[in-house]
Design a protein around this ligand. Sequence first.
Ligand code: 0O2
Length: 227
Amino acid sequence: MNNEKILNKAIANSNNVAISITSFYNSAVQFQQLLMFYDCAIKQVSTKLDILKSEFTSKNKRNPICSVSNRIKEPISILEKTQRLNINFSIDNIITQINDIAGIRVICPFIDDVYFINNFINNQEDIDVVETKDYILNPKKSGYRSLHLIVKVSVCFSDKIRKIPVEIQIRTIAMDFWACLEHQIHYKKDFKMPKNIDIELKEIAQEIANTDNRMLKLAKSIINFED
Ligand code: 0O2
């Protein structure tokens, strides 16, 4: 190959590298902006829950919320989910097909408080509840209990209002206790859990649910939940 040909090939290759770096950079910028959208939606919902907490505190009323936490799904978990759903890892697919990139978890004292928070979320003008999964009424096969809402939060940006999906998990302290410990026990995903462990975990979930119901009954004999 003469020098001119080698030079031309090098230029062509460097153009390809430049193009792929540019497209990688553009995707990275888009991805970062996408995560900012989710972060803003989390802030909007969290602020509403904070205001609710402040209102109850100022009125000296019992608080229906113990704690609120949030997370944005790790990029590696987003990638795993696209593979599980058998879709390409593209910004468009992430926006339209994955609803739990932004997650908020609300922990309540009693089961009735979970449904109070559910009503509160359903009554917000800037939040559309698009799906409700009641794993309290219909627990998962594992024994997992929680109320999951997939919502779209209308967030005002400088150019337009965007509807950002957020998954809100609402559960009692008792349900959270089981879910956190079960998650730790199931931490090693590649380890095949012996069947008896799963059976026992499910039984424990039932015992905890019975205790949760007894606590609610007890509380209702003392506290007026409608108040
Ligand atoms: P993380 O760490 O919370 O991000 P999918 O959303 O497609 O994965 P599905 O069944 O449609 O699955 O969603 P669903 O039922 O709303 O539940 C998803 C989330 O609920 C999980 O999120 C967990 O947080 C929680 N969850 C569901 N089942 C169990 C369970 O058996 N044990 C525990 N400890 N948690 C559970 P991620 O994305 O898996 O994890």
